[in-house]
Design a protein around this ligand. Structure first.
Ligand SMILES: [Zn+2]
Length: 93
């Protein structure tokens, strides 16, 4: 199904998703091959993945999770402490 006027165009599949990419210029095609560049949507998701990875490296999930748990336990005890204080302050209550 190749059309004759696409003769000067270069096609290469995206190395990530296999989507066929068409290059109108030989130099951009050669550069894309040299960089092993992916299609626009894959480049986008790659960048998101990288940011996610950096965030995960900055704040390891396990540490964050532990902090959350210890904080919630602290809050629980603070609440109980407050209740006891109120009971002491209002013994008739
Ligand atoms: Zn792709």
């Amino acid at each position: 199904m190749r059309k004759r006027h696409w003769k000067n165009r270069k096609n290469r599949p995206c190395p990530d998703c296999g989507k066929m990419l068409t290059y109108t210029r030989k130099d951009s095609f050669d550069r894309a091959v040299g960089n092993n560049s992916v299609c626009k949507s894959c480049a986008q998701s790659d960048r998101t993945l990288t940011i996610d990875t950096i965030e995960k490296m900055k704040q390891p999930k396990s540490t964050q999770h532990k902090k959350k748990i210890s904080k919630s336990i602290t809050n629980w005890w603070e609440e109980r402490k407050d209740e006891r204080q109120w009971q002491t302050l209002n013994p008739n209550n």
